[in-house]
Design a protein around this ligand. Structure first.
Ligand code: BTN
Length: 256
């Protein structure tokens, strides 16, 4: 049985990023399930080298230390596990309908409400720890102009403000349940649940942005499921199906 997530808990009024603090605790040998939260982050990190704006009172900023026993190449699937956990928690607690955009952006009415960053520390075929960083937009009434058309918050969606404590418990509970499912039953139930939960898994025409330089793989196509490593499969217009390993998936504005 996996330890209940959330113990021990470290909270900071201000921190550069909960990811760094959680990694420090992990390297010092903290148990699985340790969490780090903060009222604000001065250098919040997003996927693909982006930043995550983290003002006080606006969001939940959480990092969770996991110590999976899987091989390093299986760990990326934890990104999907985390997305499933957060979607379940927000739907149960806030009564909103969420979608997951691969790998784990949580969307409400096609706008992003939560981002998840997964960082792994592994060597010689063994995972030491994985940090799952979760940022949930709680109380924003508006966003900076570059996000105004693509972001939302629980407050916008439900009409009332949210305390971080109201969301933290359900997120840890659902994340713990999905993590336990992955640990005890393996990849298949996670892939099945993800493909059910995400409108992006099949039949969406998308483009892939933010690929690292030199990355191989398709850049646009129609989504064709998720492979056993948790990679998104894309069918290009020439009919070839290939996995997307990284990047941001967006609806393709060019339809042919
Ligand atoms: C994304 O780009 O969508 C992922 C955003 C992840 C943000 C969270 S907030 C808590 C944790 N600390 C960070 O610096 N990043 C993650």
């Amino acid at each position: 049985m996996v330890r209940k997530l959330g113990h021990p808990a470290f909270h900071y009024s201000s921190v550069d990023t909960t990811m760094r603090r959680a990694a420090e605790h992990a390297r010092e040998g903290c148990p699985e399930g340790t969490i780090v939260t903060a009222d604000l982050q001065t250098a919040g990190r997003g996927r693909l080298g982006r930043s995550w704006v983290s003002e006080a009172g606006q969001g939940l900023y959480l990092s969770v230390v996991l110590r999976p026993t899987c091989r390093p190449d299986a760990a990326p699937l934890l990104a999907l596990v985390a997305g499933l956990g957060v979607k379940d928690a927000l739907e149960r607690e806030a009564g909103v309908q969420c979608d997951i955009r691969w790998p784990n952006d949580i969307l409400i009415r096609e706008r992003k409400c939560c981002g998840i960053l997964v960082e792994m520390d592994a060597d010689s075929g063994r995972v030491d720890h994985v940090i799952v960083g979760i940022g949930i937009n709680l109380n924003h009434l508006e966003f900076p102009s570059e996000l105004a058309d693509t972001a939302t918050s629980l407050r916008i969606e439900t009409g009332h403000a949210w305390a971080t404590e109201a969301v933290l418990g359900p997120v840890l509970e659902s994340l713990g349940a999905c993590y336990e499912l992955h640990r005890s039953e393996g990849v298949q139930p996670i892939l099945g649940a993800f493909q059910q939960a995400s409108s992006y898994a099949f039949g969406r025409r998308v483009i892939v942005e933010g690929l690292p330089q030199g990355a191989v793989g398709p850049r646009r196509g129609v989504t064709a499921g998720i492979d056993a490593k948790g990679q998104l499969l894309l069918r290009s217009d020439d009919g070839i199906v290939a996995p997307v390993q990284a990047g941001s998936v967006r609806p393709d504005p060019v339809t042919i």
